[in-house]
Design a protein around this ligand. Sequence first.
Ligand code: 3PG
Length: 376
Amino acid sequence: MKFLSEVGKENLNGKKVFLRVDFNVPVEGGGLKEIYRIKAHKETIDYLISAGARVALISHIENSFKNIVSDIGKILGYELGFEDDVLNPALNSPLTLFENIRKYEGEEKNDDNFALNLSKNFDLYVDDAFSVSHRNHTSVSAITKFLPPYVGFLMNKEIKNLEKVLNEPASGKTIILGGAKISTKIPVIKNFLNKADHILIGGALANTIFKFKGLDIGRSLIEDSEVTEALKETDWDDPKILLPEDIAVSDDKTGESTPEITQLQNLKNDQYILDVGPETIKQFSEIIRDSKIIIFNGPLGLVEIDVFAVGTKMLLDSIIRSKAFSVVGGGDTLALIEKLGLFGKFSYVSTGGGAMLEFLAENKLHGLEALGYYGE
Ligand code: 3PG
């Protein structure tokens, strides 16, 4: 792999740089709901701009960047140009944001032709978008066949921190997993059975496992259709895996009614499990307190509703108070810690959701492969 930090600034002066970032942030009512992912790229952008490069910021987003260009410019501290057409860019300003790359059909096909056309206007490619590395898309993979690829500062930090939590000895290591998207978490659990002392599970992930074990989970959220086969391959009675001892439940899934604390065996069949209970928080917190390395991905309850965010908040607090090296990540987790103002309290906050999980499962990530991470 070649690192941007190793390219002398004098070699970047006047160069046109295709910088793959991940600005795929949630937008609500015209405003940005989470800005960490944007800010996280600032070091790479500053380095390139201060070297005199002309930088094109290429990213995907759910809809369009059109209405949030000036917000992004403010976050980054630059006058930001905007271009609709990534294939014929004028690159008039030092820093230009391009429209959603996924508007081009070729992007998600990892298409060589599209990559060649994209590459024509640039001198080099810098990949700073760890969080999209698990996608086999043109702007993270095929593009590296046509432009010399370099690893950006954020990409490098992500790899280093995730390598650390993956490769340190299992003793004293705890991984906490929650949220939905269960299929992406089962491979991580399997991989961590011999890489951690404790695997603490909550959220819809726990519901799915309870259901698989034949326990009644009322009307709680699960995702069992695609994951039954994968669930069969793991020994859920392994003593390293801890599921909630008690739960906070509600009679309606929006969590409008007051939470009730109960045990799974007492759950009524019209109730929803929406958080972990106090006994579980205590038990998980004690494990966190005694851990040396902690990985956290995915909330343990319905965190959009304050009364069901208690478990997740208290466990994040236990992580902050512990002396452990902590890495937290996942889309919903980022939004929550931004809301709670907890950035800066963890050893590292990963911008990766799906990509973080795939890395921790030790699956090959297309974007990293294209950069030569697994060997040229
Ligand atoms: C993410 O939000 O995890 C990345 O931006 C990837 O987005 P995607 O799931 O739409 O590919």
